[in-house]
Design a protein around this ligand. Structure first.
Ligand code: DC
Length: 211
């Protein structure tokens, strides 16, 4: 049986995670949040007393990563996101995580992967590639609401600064920067709620898979 692979890339708080999870459930596919791998490497580096920007410390954490050790609560904090963005700029960290992502996608019946470079680097042959974007202010409001809903006490100006810094790091790094694949379909969710984004993405996927 042919496996189906769907790549969803986009910046932080663009809505790609919610969308990817929902599409996977609806299509009966497996789901991998590739950002959680980078977050786990960031957290593991910090826990070992290392600096997430240090290639040796971060690469060691990536090569010995046991993803099952980390709960979603460990990984969703702003500290984890910032550490993730730093380890993600290190080529040997990305290389260490590549195989795991590809093997995950290759298992039947296939998978939806969300991240930054799924359509460009991890799965350049994906059946469907969607690049999810949204205006900065919209993404900021979503991230603030998400952190508050998770019970975190936050300072909005700090979240703003962190998000701008992460956007810049993710987009400007030399290895696998955040850019849409040439053959990606762009979904701008700035004026959409989660249901509208899901409906639009589902229609696009159906048109690609039935083409
Ligand atoms: O999607 P997220 O916020 O959980 O991602 C956390 C960080 O991991 C993000 O700043 C960039 C990095 N990342 C990446 O470089 N490549 C991916 N495929 C996924 C995430």
């Amino acid at each position: 049986m042919k496996t189906i692979s769907i790549a969803l890339d986009g910046p932080a708080a663009s809505g790609k995670g919610t969308l990817a999870r929902r599409l996977a459930a609806d299509l009966g596919l497996r789901y991998l949040d590739t950002g959680s791998l980078y977050r786990a490497v960031g957290v593991a580096t910090l826990q070992a007393g290392g600096d997430p920007g240090d290639p040796a410390a971060a690469t060691k954490a990536a090569e010995t990563l046991d993803i099952a050790k980390y709960s979603p609560a460990d990984l969703r904090s702003e500290a984890a996101g910032n550490a993730a963005s730093k380890v993600a700029a290190i080529p040997s960290v990305r290389a260490a995580l590549l195989d795991y992502q590809r093997r995950f996608a290759a298992q039947a019946p296939g998978a939806v992967l969300d991240g930054r470079d799924v359509g460009t680097v991890v799965l350049p042959q994906a059946d469907v590639k969607i690049f999810v974007k949204a205006d900065f202010e919209v993404r900021l409001a979503r991230r603030v609401a998400e952190l508050r809903a998770g019970g975190q006490t936050i300072i909005e100006s700090r979240v703003r600064e962190d998000m701008a810094a992460r956007d810049a790091r993710d987009s400007n790094r030399s290895v696998a920067p955040l850019v849409p694949a040439d053959d990606a379909w762009i979904l701008d969710t700035s004026a959409m709620n989660a249901d509208q984004a899901f409906t639009a993405a589902k229609a696009h996927i159906a048109s690609k898979l039935n083409a």
